[in-house]
Design a protein around this ligand. Structure first.
Ligand SMILES: *[C@@H]1O[C@H](CO)[C@@H](O)[C@H](O)[C@H]1NC(C)=O
Length: 141
């Protein structure tokens, strides 16, 4: 009981420090390969560690293969390996919103977030050499 509470608090604190969740689309960029696109949520404890493939504890696949539409009605939720569930809800018109404008909200059960349209910049290259682009990012309020 005590251990469970301590673990829960540790996760809560870890995720509270987490001020950045990216909603990411990864794909092969070579025209000789199928796109083979997939979507992933990536959690960063701070924007300082925005380089290289993220550790597996920091990534979450909302669907087991292929892509989820980040802007779908009802939002998208995903449970990270450490047990924290992040849910985002984006406006239907988010894809055409200006870069860096607020397009929705999110929650991890502890903190609320505001989600912004990203400019599609490359975040990292995954272990299969797919290039991962940031579609949206959510910052804790
Ligand atoms: C966002 O930025 C990207 C990269 O610079 C650009 O290609 C795109 O047109 C921009 N989108 C909007 C809606 O301004």
């Amino acid at each position: 009981m005590y251990l469970k509470a301590a673990l829960f608090m540790a996760l809560g604190i870890a995720f509270a420090a987490a001020d950045e969740i990216h909603l990411v689309n990864c794909q092969n960029t070579s025209p000789r390969l199928p796109r083979d696109e997939y979507t992933v949520m990536v959690y960063y404890a701070s924007s300082r560690d925005l380089n290289g493939p993220p550790p597996s504890n920091n990534i979450c696949f909302p669907v087991s293969s292929g892509t989820v539409q980040w802007e779908r009605s009802g939002g998208v939720s995903c449970t990270f390996p450490m047990g924290i569930t992040f849910r985002e809800t984006l406006n239907a018109n988010a894809p055409s919103a200006p870069n860096f404008s607020a397009v929705g909200s999110g929650s991890n059960g502890f903190n609320s977030y505001t989600c912004y349209k990203d400019n599609g910049h490359q975040l990292y290259v995954d272990n299969d050499a797919k290039v991962c682009f940031s579609s949206y990012y959510c910052l804790s309020n």
